[in-house]
Write a protein that binds this ligand. Structure first.
Ligand SMILES: [Zn+2]
Length: 82
């Protein structure tokens, strides 16, 4: 494994579990907040939500998925692999 950024070989790999933020937050907020709060949240997080939706397209149904996170000890660059 080499760093795609600097080409260094001092790379550590760790497993990280990632949950579907879009689904989790949607259910959680919907069940515990009133309509006014939900409206404010929808407005204030609209920009962020759009980014989340785009990034999580196709993975919303999976509750938790694990992925390998690589971290370069040389330059600090991190990236994920399937
Ligand atoms: Zn690097």
């Amino acid at each position: 494994m080499t760093c795609p950024k600097c080409g260094g070989e001092n790379v550590t790999i760790s497993m990280e579990q990632v949950s579907s933020k879009a689904k989790k937050s949607g259910v959680g907020f919907g069940g515990h907040m009133n309509n006014l709060a939900r409206g404010i949240t929808a407005v204030s997080t609209l920009g962020l939500s759009n980014l989340v939706w785009k990034k999580s397209t196709g993975t919303e149904k999976s509750k938790i998925k694990s992925q390998k996170v690589c971290l370069c000890q040389n330059c600090g660059h991190s990236w994920t692999i399937e």
